[in-house]
Design a protein around this ligand. Structure first.
Ligand code: HEC
Length: 129
């Protein structure tokens, strides 16, 4: 039984790796035609992907953290600096009481480049309009 499971697993892995290889080749082929990915799209990908922001931040409602619309409203009102906050150079202004929860994500955010932080900001501004 265990062996069968292992076999299925390794076959699945093989299949997945073959597929991604194929996809890479296709990407190269159409590479010249493909439009450069926009700052907004980059931000969106980070927000929903490797940044894991979406696990705690929905767009227009509160979940574990405040919604993006709420965050951006307060940043606009108080003239906050989102990038400085993400760099841990500015204090929280939205919900300081639960800042400890947000803080757990800085290990990831710290690895982002300036451009990636700007893309995140761009996404959060645009998506909340
Ligand atoms: C583990 C849950 C969690 C994750 C993951 C998370 N956040 Fe948060 N975030 C929170 C909570 C809770 C708050 C409210 C506390 C606060 O205001 O700092 C918050 C607040 C914020 C604020 C407002 C800060 C302020 O001035 O008060 C911003 C901006 C923000 N998050 C951006 C992000 C971005 C960008 C990501 C992804 C890279 C992210 N968060 C990932 C939980 C999370």
């Amino acid at each position: 039984m265990q062996k069968t499971g292992l076999l299925i697993l390794s076959m699945t892995l093989l299949l997945v790796s073959c597929q991604s290889e194929k996809k890479e080749k296709e990407d190269i082929k159409i590479g010249t035609k493909k439009k450069e990915i926009s700052v907004f799209e980059t931000g969106k990908n980070i927000f929903n992907g490797k940044g894991k922001c979406y696990t705690c931040h929905k767009i227009d409602k509160k979940s574990i953290g405040p919604g993006v619309v709420e965050i951006m409203k307060i940043y606009k009102e108080k003239n906050g600096d989102l990038i400085a906050f993400l760099k841990q150079e500015a204090d929280p202004i939205v919900d300081p009481e639960t800042y400890a929860v947000m803080k757990t994500n800085f290990a990831i955010i710290k690895t982002f480049s300036e451009d990636e932080l700007k893309a995140l900001q761009e996404y959060m501004i645009k998506v909340s309009k």
